[in-house]
Design a protein around this ligand. Structure first.
Ligand code: NAG
Ligand code: NAG
Length: 190
């Protein structure tokens, strides 16, 4: 544990160039930027929570440039994994994004399919005095769970009243129907 913590803090580099101090944090610490492994599905969420960013800090993504890239995206594009019109795209394998705007900043992999496999993260950047902005309406919408939208149309309404969690019997019924997609969507609701 001690060695790991030491290595993790070594991933924080202080930039003191030009009298402008800002910390640089390596995204994922010891993990390179990639699709989260099954053992760590929330690796980017945990990482972002572990860091208290300040305005002017930077985040650094390290990955094989032939296999991946990083897109900064809008909250809407983040929620939909829409890679079409990024705010900023870096693909050199060694990408630094500067946190120069207070608010929530959203990033995703630019490799096809990776966003939907969880290779995405958001960070909260406070104002210069350390105060955080309230999440905007699009921030709240971006992080709202959307499993119902992915279930077959009419399926959830048929088996559960709005807002209710499906019962075990309903889950068994779903499993019996052999619909893996619907079962996953219901599991996300629980
Ligand atoms: C981040 O800031 C550094 C130092 O000012 C600059 O060289 C670099 O181009 C900036 N990166 C981006 C992606 O804007
Ligand atoms: C920080 O700055 C913002 C915007 O200038 C201001 O609204 C807020 O009250 C400040 N907070 C503190 C704790 O000074």
């Amino acid at each position: 544990m001690r060695a790991r913590a030491a290595l993790a803090s070594a991933a924080v580099l202080l930039l003191l160039a030009g009298g402008c101090a800002g910390a640089m944090y390596k995204v994922g610490d010891l993990d390179a930027w990639g699709v989260p492994p099954p053992s760590k599905p929330d690796v980017y969420k945990s990482w972002a929570k572990s860091v208290h960013f300040a305005l002017g800090d930077s985040i650094w993504f390290l990955y094989p440039p032939s296999q991946d890239s990083v897109l900064q995206v809008t909250p809407e594009a983040f929620a939909a994994c829409d890679l079409a019109n990024p705010v900023l795209k870096l693909a050199d394998g060694n990408s630094v994004f500067n946190l120069t705007t207070p608010g929530r900043a959203y990033y995703t992999s630019g490799a096809p399919g990776h966003c939907r496999k969880g290779q995405k993260l958001w960070v909260d950047v406070p104002m210069a005095n350390g105060t955080y902005l309230q999440p905007s309406a699009s921030d709240l919408a971006a992080l709202a769970p959307t499993p119902a939208a992915e279930a077959p149309e009419g399926f959830l309404q048929a088996s559960a009243p709005a807002g209710a969690h499906p019962s075990a019997a309903e889950l068994r019924a779903v499993a019996g129907a052999g619909s893996v997609v619907a079962a996953v969507a219901l599991a996300l609701l629980l």
